[in-house]
Design a protein around this ligand. Structure first.
Ligand code: MYA
Length: 425
């Protein structure tokens, strides 16, 4: 009790409240201590701004030496063979849950989509290879993104897919990769970055929780993803998560190229209500929601609009990301809620919040039905945007994992987002 009172929301969210279980003290972040990121225990910055000077003339033109036997490479993702190599590395060595039961299995099609967004920079796809065999043993990537953080707009790099072969762990290679991608971003005069991680680092700008909605409860149970609650039975669980065969929103249909301007306009206005958001061009919307029209082996993204009297009033999207069940020839097919927006968010009625809640619940119920129809096992969402308005009602359950959001070289105070909104802690 005494302890709880002395703690702020941010400490609770980032795990400090759990007696530091999830977090080292600041002095032991030997690498992160040297980087332009906010430190734990520091005062919140004011005003918002960069944490170190940006000077192109001081950026090194060659990468730092790597340990003996390894060399830098730029992975060329225009080459399918090299996409395959990144896929192989990630499928064996990327993120696992804390009990090592599941591992993300980003498909080659997903990597094409995620890493070749409009304006992508080849030099930001950084690999480490074994000299001699040329085997790819580590990777880190950046893509360009324009972010709005409160009232500031930043040209950023979005860093993702940091991965080191299991045999090379614990050798301080991660800091070397991070410094190398930083150097390559700086060479393009990009001085800020955004990234997310399940681990606690100095210092999250926001924290979300993962929520999961079973679509095929029995499969999730059999793979060990979902437990059987003591008060329930298998049959009851299956019934609980059953969904109708057809959607019910009038005017709901697949999103098409002709909807791009309308969806861009709607999403841009909708995102203005939040404090940390991307600023998309129409071209980027086309890429993220329609995969730029490309057809890879596998479909990655599903996008739908609601059209009423010739006007797009709502849209939602989700993408596909499987997880391997470790030690079995099995995968969990997960749909992740992606961007969405509704004109209802701009209602001026005194009942506006309730109207938005009702509308989003109807849309998300249809999203679940569609995901089920496309054979997904589970539908995942984070506690961001307006998600807390529908997570519970749509039978999502809180997962074990949190996702922490970080900004590189930008100080701003903590963003509470959906969690605070719901006042559930
Ligand atoms: S998050 C996904 C990360 N990937 C995985 O979890 C896959 C499985 N794990 C691995 O491959 C390795 O364990 C990794 C660490 C590579 C994670 N983000 O080499 P080490 C710090 C940042 O001995 P290893 C994603 O992709 C750690 O605190 N730092 O450790 C976003 C320690 O530093 P310090 C991390 O286990 C990535 C140091 O590394 C992470 O062999 C955003 C230890 O190094 C992590 N996820 O390898 C990267 N995990 O002593 C930052 C550990 O200070 C981008 N560490 O505690 C920053 C912006 C750069 C661009 C700027 C442009 C302007």
């Amino acid at each position: 009790e005494e302890m709880m009172r002395g703690m702020n929301l941010q400490d609770i969210l980032t795990g400090m409240a759990a007696g530091g279980k999830n977090q080292k003290d600041m002095a032991s972040y030997k690498f992160w201590n040297t980087q332009p990121v906010p430190k734990f225990g520091e005062d919140e910055p004011s005003p918002d701004g960069p944490l170190r000077e940006n000077d192109l003339s001081k950026v090194k033109t060659v990468g730092a030496e790597l340990i003996e036997g390894f060399e830098w490479d730029t992975v060329d993702l225009a080459d399918d063979q090299q996409v395959r190599e990144v896929y192989e590395l990630l499928s064996h060595h990327y993120v696992e849950d804390s009990e090592a039961m599941f591992r993300f299995n980003y498909s080659a099609s997903f990597l094409h989509w995620a890493l070749k967004a409009p304006g992508w920079v080849k030099n930001w796809h950084v690999g480490v290879r074994v000299t001699g065999t040329r085997k790819l043993v580590a990777f880190i990537s950046g893509i360009p993104v324009t972010l709005r953080v409160r009232e500031n707009t930043l040209r950023c790099s979005e860093i993702n897919f940091l991965c080191i072969h299991k045999k090379l762990r614990g050798k301080r290679l991660a800091p070397v990769l991070i410094k190398e991608v930083t150097r390559r971003c700086n060479l393009e005069s990009v001085w800020n970055a955004i990234y997310t991680a399940g681990v606690v680092l100095p210092k999250p700008i926001s924290t979300c929780r993962y929520f999961h909605r079973s679509l095929d409860w029995l499969k999730l149970y059999e793979t060990g993803f979902s437990p059987l609650p003591a008060s329930s039975t298998k049959a009851k669980q299956v019934t609980k998560y059953a969904l109708p065969a057809n959607t019910s929103t009038t005017g709901l249909r697949d999103m098409e190229v002709k909807d791009l301007d309308a969806v861009h306009d709607l999403l841009t206005r909708y995102l203005e209500r939040f404090e940390l958001v991307p600023k998309f061009t129409v071209e980027e919307i086309g890429h993220w929601l329609l995969n730029g029209g490309s057809k890879y082996e596998e479909r990655i993204v599903w996008s739908y609009v609601v059209e009423e009297e010739g006007k797009v009033t709502d849209f939602f999207s989700f993408y596909s990301l499987e997880s391997s069940v470790i030690g079995r020839e099995e995968t969990i097919r997960a749909a992740y809620l992606f961007y969405y927006a509704s004109e209802t968010a701009f209602s001026k009625s005194p009942n506006a919040k309730q109207e938005l809640k009702v509308r989003l619940n109807a849309l998300m119920h249809d999203a679940l039905i569609l995901a089920k129809k496309f054979n997904f096992d589970v539908f995942n969402a984070l506690t961001l945007l307006d998600n807390t308005l529908f997570l519970e009602a749509q039978k999502f359950g809180a997962g074990d994992g949190s996702l922490h959001y970080y900004l590189f070289n930008w100080g701003t105070s903590f963003i509470s987002g959906g969690i605070d909104d719901k006042k559930n802690i």
